[in-house]
Structures are given as structure tokens and as C-alpha cells.
Ligand binder design. Sequence first.
Ligand SMILES: [Zn+2]
Length: 329
Amino acid sequence: MNWLTNFVRPKLRRLVGQREVPENLWHKCPGCGEMNFHRDLARDLWVCQFCGHHMRLAADVRLNMLFDEGAYTTLSLPDTVSDPLKFRDRKKYVDRLREARAKTGGRDALIVAHGTMGGHRLVVAVLNFDFMAGSMGVAVGEGLVAASRLAIVERVPLIVVTSSGGARMQEGILSLMQMARTTVAIEELKEAGLPYVTVLADPTTGGVSASFAMLGDVAVAEPGAIIGFAGSRVIEQTIRETLPEGFQKAEYLLDHGMIDMVVHRSELRDTLVRIIGLLCGRRTGAGAEGAPPQPGKSGPADEDSTRAGDGDERDTPIAPAPAGGGAAP
Ligand SMILES: [Zn+2]
């Protein structure tokens, strides 16, 4: 059956020829159900013009949106073992990987790029939800470590955009270990006195929310994004209580002090440029974890923290991350 649907049908379709009308001229908004014309959506950064619903973005669209003139260089990430547990559920994990790679053109769910944003040099790591729900396995963990080390070597800030269902169950405990690894990688960045900003896009859940996603000096979220650890239905069934309206939505988390701001996508880039400008202007070294500077508030810079982190000795030398990779438009 698979052979018929995966192999024969595409061949037949190619023989018969392309359909005249592309399938994706209109997109139905998951928020309100209205149809959006694809050109309008691209112009509005994939925000529904009827209800303001922020649709999920492909990782390359996100990178184009953030970097100056959409120009960036991607980092070729370290090779990792593909299927350490020889895992199989309804499908083999290697087959799932192969499909995801064919669909997205990426090797795994994380893309790391560097370039400039608003004139600031920086590293941006984006989780690609299209790749197995942006789940974090060894490759993503390794990629995030590489992103952090690149930022440290270049002495630039790191922005991570998360959109993930959590740890990748096909890699079992190895995927859970990435929570600790990524946390240490971010800690190294903070010890080096470099800004770390997270952009929490829909959805940011599971092991990703329980590790590097929630460690930002400033945590920015997109409107309506689901952010949480376990799904609301699981929580409801466990505690046997009805959860409040809007539970696990970005706005709810903002009201309860879990994140710093909820920013409309049209203002996201400018906001990030402003945050990075503020954080770089008063880079504080070891004191970075204290109180993250609030954009918009112009408090006095910490007097005692200048250059505190510059000369700190560390046991483990920072391995320079492999540079290079393909350039994107
Ligand atoms: Zn809508």
C-alpha cells in the first residue's frame, strides 16, 4: 500500500502533468476559519487579516524575517547518530527522519544562522515545527550547543525561536539528556556575559519549554502561542479540575509573570533589535542573571558589573564551532 501511495501515485501525477491551479493559493485560518489569500498572508507575515491569528512559520521564513535584508549564513551542524535506539512505532524512526528531511530540506529540526539584525551581529537558532513537530533529539541538542558556542566565539548575542512539541520520544532518554545539555550551553553563554533572548512561538511545550526556551534574559512570545509543559487535557485529567480560560496561552503567561512580553509579529523584529541594543549597550558579564533589563525602562546601568565576566577562567576551553555552511538568500 505504501508503495502504491508513495511511489506509484507521484509518478502517475508527474505523467499526467501539473494541476493548473496551485493548491495553496488560499489558506484557511486555524483561528477563525476565514480564507486568506496567500499573497496577503506573505505580506502580513502570516498573520490572519481577519482575526490576527499568528500562523506557524517555516524556519526559513522566520530567518528571512529577522535578518537584515533577509541575508544570513547557516551553520552546518555537527553530524549525530541518526537512530540510536533503532526505534520503531507504527513506522521506523529512520523512515520518519527520511520523510521529514525530504519535506523540509533540513537535516533536523534546528537551523542555526548568523548575520546582522538592525546592524547588530548575532546568532539565531530556529526550531522548525515542520520537522517532526520541532522535537528535540540529539541533533537539536547538539545544534543548540553549537549555536551557543558560535555566539561565545564571536562574542555576539543569541536569539532562539522555539516552536516545538518537546523532546523526541523516538530517542528516549537521549532526548531528555538534551534538556541538561542545552541548559549548560545557555549557562556558558550567560557566563560569557552575552545576551540570550527567546522568542516563544506556537507551540512551545514539553522538554523544550522545560529547558532552553524558558531561560531567556528576556522572553518574548507571539500572541496566542501555546506555552507549557504538559498539555492542558493531561493536566485537567490529572488534577481533576477545570483549567482557567486561556490557560497556557502567551497572554496568560504574561499576566502570571512567566514571560516578559507578548509582541505582534509585525513589531517583533523592531522589538528584538531594541532589546539586543539595550542588552549589548550595558553588557553586564557575571551579573547578567540578576534582573533582566526591561526594554522601555531606562534604569541606571549596574555599576559594579562592568567587565566582570570578561576575564573569568573556565575549566573547559570553548571549542570553536564549525563555521561556514550554505548561504541563503
Ligand atoms: Zn483568522
